[in-house]
Design a protein around this ligand. Structure first.
Ligand SMILES: [Zn+2]
Length: 252
């Protein structure tokens, strides 16, 4: 029997089938950060750890370490997020959230705030009170800020105006400016006044109020466009799960 068992909460960011009936899971925990966990026999129907070994399931896990790996011993499900799981559009968006978190988070770095941000996003999607596109943009920008990529949105980077006329965000340099105050070398996208206000809100509001705002259709579309371009530019990569989400998203 392994000597050092540990109980932790964990959310599965990725599941990969491996030999026999096993899975390798990428799990986000509050104290251990992102860890790789082997779930032995998790693909068998009779397995007691089958439920906890699925993508986007949040559980209390008993794990133990052997060499470089953690192994899951027991589990007790905390949240399955059925509202997300039963809707292909929401499930694809949530899968993108998981891939994005995996991309920005470092191995073995405690990350309780990131876990809490992702859990709240999943609850917000499940409860159906907020438009998925609103949850998406708010989650994306807040996660980037939490991961050290916050854009400077207080004032125009050139003239210093707090409320730029025709505001634009340079997604490469991560700064706000007026259309009339061009910055060399970047890639700037327009924001409406409302989408700028929403951007500032999601960067600085209390974590629990992250989705407590409304935005008109055009401003919301623009905010999503800016947040996607900002992520692509800052992380220098694209996301397969985002491409899939956009291919099946129902236009409203
Ligand atoms: Zn300016």
């Amino acid at each position: 029997m392994p000597a050092f068992k540990k109980v932790t909460a964990g959310l599965v960011l990725r599941e990969t089938d491996t030999k026999e009936a096993d899975k390798i899971l990428t799990v986000l925990t509050p104290d251990l950060g992102k860890i790789a966990v082997i779930a032995r026999g998790a693909r068998r129907k009779s397995s007691k750890i089958a439920a906890a070994s699925q993508l986007l399931v949040y559980s209390e896990m008993t794990i133990y370490q052997r060499g470089d790996w953690y192994f899951m011993d027991e589990s007790s499900t905390i949240a399955l997020f059925d509202g997300v799981r039963q809707d292909v559009e929401k499930l694809s968006l949530a899968s993108y959230f998981a891939e994005l978190v995996e991309a920005v988070i470092c191995e073995d770095q405690p990350s309780p705030q990131t876990l809490s941000l992702l859990l709240n996003a999943l609850y917000a999607l499940s409860r159906q009170q907020r438009a998925p596109e609103l949850v998406k943009a708010a989650f994306e920008m807040r996660l980037m800020a939490l991961s050290g990529f916050a854009p400077m949105t207080e004032h125009c980077a050139l003239c210093g105006r707090e409320e730029p006329e025709e505001p634009m965000l340079d997604v490469v340099q991560g700064v706000l400016h007026c259309r009339k105050c061009p910055l060399p070398g970047g890639l700037s996208l327009p924001l409406t006044r409302d989408s700028l206000a929403a951007l500032r809100y999601v960067l600085y509001c209390e974590p629990k109020k992250l989705y407590a705002f409304t935005l008109g259709k055009e401003s919301l579309r623009q905010l999503n466009h800016v947040s996607e371009a900002f992520i692509a530019s800052q992380l220098e990569r694209s996301f397969r799960t985002l491409d899939f989400y956009k291919s099946i998203k129902i236009e409203t």
